[in-house]
Design a protein around this ligand. Structure first.
Ligand code: ADP
Length: 535
């Protein structure tokens, strides 16, 4: 079907297996054209929990018993004891809440897979459901009904050749007198009323000039908590949260999308983000605005959990990648030793094994720290920290390393400078930065730690006289597992700065990397200044 999307509908889809089956069969039948055709399989059910399960696309392995190996490998990913539909299959399926007896929420459908459902519903409801299917189908669209119930509506469906398949007949106009202008108006009014009252989204009709709400549907009453009569006396702007009428609420941490979405308020004062659209129309001859709104919170939650899942998947991938290299070296060395490595070689292989297992242990320790840093995001307990005293103590711990490397370590911090931070976090932050500064300094290098107050913050700087950081790498050094090419010879895990950034942010601060004009790297950390006098 070139030029237009291919649309199918799987009603009463429960937790979705039939919807995915239809998507897979259609993708297969599209063959190599599947990327060109936009396939959309709408799957509906009135059970919200079943729809939520369906959207995950996860099924027990046992559900795959009757699926051939080739299909399984192409369309599913194995996840421990479960399988999950591949992203391109999940993207083709849209799970929408809908009761079968309600007006279908879409039209121009090419295929409806009704399976056994028409035989399962009471005969009094069948006519309405068949009409709904007919209204949803594109002219000539196919209804798959192996139960043959479609034969009960010969004016709507005719057999399509193969058993259980029916095509939608064009709308019957035979024997119907042409509608008068008044009749047409009445019909369109009734259709509008039906769509308006049955819509799942909140629909408001407002006077285009005054903004007064003229009509509100049931979904609007449910969404906003005011009765239809109360809404009818209000203006559209009364439904917006204060921020949108000029006043800003207290600062909140929100996702960028949450910030950009309009915020509406309910009768009980609670505020929620909305997906909204607005259009102009003539309603009873009067210019009006039709506002449609839906609570966007469930969508945002689902999206953020999907993003979280993707980030976790990527992180696990990175860890696997990082651990694989030392493991390969260890395995290779062990194999060589088994092959009878002698003398000098034997020593070298044992050395490789020792070094690489130490590297792996280092990665695991850092991962534990990273985990703790993420926890810290939630539970920092800021206290007043006398910066100078604490940094002298940290520096004392690094004195033996600095001496071994021939590096001088200077601390220059005003004795009166205090910051607000979690006491257990400060040594982590500066320990990592000072360790790096010493590690990346040449012999006879210098590391300087200084600090100053700037407004309501303290700015700390850890500077070294090493080779510095390539300008393109300045942002990346805080990414997990990043190690600049020019420093690859120096041992490390690429996790230290990611931990530092996570901890600093959890304490309400900021960290940045730069190069000093005279050479060497500079790391700047800002933390809130403790402004109350010391007790
Ligand atoms: P690690 O030091 O264990 O590799 P980090 O996350 O602490 O991991 O640092 C990431 C990378 O950033 C380092 O590998 C190095 O390339 C670069 N880097 C960090 N600190 C410095 C520094 N003081 N001078 C030059 N490069 C640095």
């Amino acid at each position: 079907m070139p030029g237009r999307p291919l649309r199918a509908w799987v009603p009463q889809c429960a937790s979705g297996p039939d919807a995915y089956s239809v998507a897979i069969v259609l993708l297969e039948s599209l063959g190599s054209r599947w990327r060109e055709v936009s396939l959309c399989v709408f799957a509906t059910d009135s059970d919200g929990a079943a729809l939520a399960r369906a959207r995950t696309g996860r099924y027990p392995l046992a559900a795959m018993k009757r699926v051939g190996r080739e299909r399984r490998e192409r369309f599913f990913i194995e996840e421990e004891s479960r399988v999950r539909a591949q992203p391109f299959v999940r993207e083709a399926c849209r799970f929408v809440s809908h009761r079968l007896s309600d007006v279908p929420p879409f039209s121009r459908i090419d295929l409806i897979d009704a399976r056994e459902i028409l035989a399962e519903i009471s005969s009094s409801k069948r006519a309405g459901v068949l009409q709904g299917f007919h209204a949803a189908l594109a002219p000539g669209g196919l209804l798959l009904d192996p139960t043959g119930v479609a034969k009960e509506a010969p004016d709507l469906f005719e057999p399509a050749g193969s058993r259980g398949a029916y095509t939608a007949r064009p709308v019957a106009v035979k024997g119907r007198r042409p509608l008068t202008a008044e009749g047409r108006l009445k019909e369109s009014d009734e259709r509008f009323h039906l769509l308006f009252s049955k819509a799942e989204d909140a629909v408001l009709v407002l006077d285009a000039d005054t903004g007064l709400i003229l009509r509100a549907n049931d979904a609007a009453v449910r969404l906003y908590g005011w009765s239809a009569a109360e809404l009818a006396g209000m203006r559209g702007t009364d439904l917006r949260a204060p921020r949108h009428t000029g006043r800003r609420p207290s600062v909140e941490r929100r996702s960028p999308e949450r910030v950009s979405l309009p915020q509406h308020r309910r009768k009980d004062g609670s505020v929620f983000p909305v997906d909204a659209s607005s259009s102009l129309l003539l309603f009873h001859g009067r210019p009006c605005r039709l506002d449609i709104a839906r609570d966007a919170a469930p969508r945002l939650r689902a999206e953020s959990s999907r993003k979280g899942e993707q980030a976790r998947d990527a992180f696990v991938g990175e860890i696997v990648h990082e651990l694989r290299t030392p493991l390969e070296v260890i395995r290779g060395s062990a194999e060589s030793l088994r092959g009878g490595g002698r003398g000098k070689h034997r020593k070298a292989f044992l050395g490789f094994i020792e070094n690489q297992s130490l590297r792996m242990a280092g990665i695991v320790d850092r991962l534990l720290n990273l985990n703790a840093a993420d926890d810290a995001k939630r539970v920092t307990k800021p206290l007043r920290i006398p910066l100078s005293a604490v940094l002298w103590e940290i520096a004392a711990g690094f004195a033996p390393l600095a001496k071994r490397r021939g590096v001088t370590l200077n601390i220059d911090i005003p004795a009166t400078l205090d910051v607000l931070a979690d006491p257990s976090d400060v040594p982590h932050i500066f320990g990592n930065l000072i360790d790096n500064a010493i590690k990346f300094s040449p012999r006879r290098g210098r590391v300087e730690v200084s600090a100053r107050a700037a407004g309501r913050e303290a700015i700390m700087s850890v500077r070294d006289t090493g080779g510095g950081i390539a300008p393109d790498d300045l942002e990346q050094v805080f990414e997990r597992f990043f190690r600049a090419d020019r420093t690859k010879k120096v041992k490390g895990t690429g996790l230290g700065l990611a931990i530092v950034q996570s901890i600093v942010r959890a304490n309400g601060g900021h960290v940045a990397a730069d190069n000093h004009p005279e050479g060497g790297a500079v790391f700047l950390v800002s933390l809130p200044l403790a402004t109350e006098p010391r007790s």
